[in-house]
Design a protein around this ligand. Sequence first.
Ligand code: AHR
Length: 504
Amino acid sequence: MTTFTKLGDQETPVISVHPARRISKINPNIYAGFTEHMGRCIYGGIYDPGNPLSDENGFRKDVLEALKELNIPVVRYPGGNFCATYHWLDGVGPKDQRPSRPELAWLGTETNQFGTDEFMKWCKVLGTEPYLCFNFGTGTLDEALAWVEYCNGTGNTYYANLRRKNGHEEPYNVKYWALGNETWGPWQVEQMTKEAYAHKAMQWAKALKLLDPSLILILCGQDGTATWDYYTLKHCLLPAFSALSTSSVPLIDMHSIHVYTCSSSHLPNATAPLAAERAIEITSSLIDLARIENNVPPSQPRPTICFDEWNVWDPIRAEGSKGAEESYTLSDALAVAVWLNVFIRKSRDLGMACIAQSVNVISPLMTTKEGITKQTTWWPLYLFSKFMRGWTVSAHVSCATYEGETAPVWLRGVMETPWLDVSASVGEDGFVNLAVVNIHDEKGIEADVQGVKGEVAVFTVTGGDVAATNMKGSEEVSVKESAWDGVGTYVFPKHSLTLLKWKD
Ligand code: AHR
């Protein structure tokens, strides 16, 4: 949690950090990824058989090595919008017998050469957990149950045996499952009303938990501020379903929301993720409201938010059906840093957050046949994943604010947009990490940093100007390491992310 006092332009900013005031545990799953059958994410991204850069499974080794640096705990798959017409059975068994099918989300052809078993193998090599999304469009409950049985079944049953027949003796024990994706969206095959969705989600959840009560089921929310979110939570967050033989298993464990931010102007772009902060707060209240209205007993765990798609994305400049390949700037990197600050500040409410996506499609990591490029947005993700773990701690910021336009417009009316965007954490190792984004594109901001002890390691992400990009052949934005003696004030450079690290 970071609290804030607005100062005048001429007053000296102050950041005070209180490592002893631990607010909430940071769920490592906020550093989750997402790989969809979309554009070049799977084919040509993580899976590129025949390329000398790939291993014997066809997995790009350079991509795996890079993603390992991010220490990604969970990866969502196979979509996204792709799920709405995906039949998982098409993607298992001998590859030469798998059907190619028209793909209706992004209007391509799905060859099914990469499917469930390949994804499970890839997760194992990467050292991450799978998170699968059911087909709520053309899929059936039977198919969903069969997929869970295929992945997790241990008995002598048809789909568990099919997995064994396909060469995978051991169950995959997939914990996380999404009850559809953006089923509210007019772009979805089989778009639903909130009433129809809530009914179907509950019926599926009941059957799925009867099959495997250990599943973590994720309800399909909208953006956290919609009537859809209120309605689906109200109708699905009920006292644990007593007809389940396992008695007190709640049907819904998490509520998903999706937000993409963007603006062609730097300051609205960099401040836009604050809208997601408000969305988290609203969703969190809606979860509580549903529990209150439905008399959910306090003994039943409070569902967390699964922010399973977030990022900077302008779907006009990077169209989905053309592969959504964004060329990110320093401004976008600062927006991503603000996004991550939001997740640290709101760690109490977040059970997971998946950057959309992990390779090539609106991604910090791009491939060519010859190698990879780490985009500007890679660096905040890298620094946060490496250092901002453990506990969110209390911080207070006093500084002036940006007063101009915001994207979305409503943000200006509901939140302050300070020049310095701040979050703080303390790790199990006793190191305090303070992340400060100076969104100002014209001036460095000198601040009195209180609560610092001893020598401070400094990591700075910046570039020549807010339009700097790494997609023109040179790495214009990366991270630089330095040190500060922790005495006096610190000048946060213009348009930068600074991470200060010291031992408490
Ligand atoms: O991440 C790209 C797309 O954005 C996803 O498929 C969809 O869920 C969202 O609209």
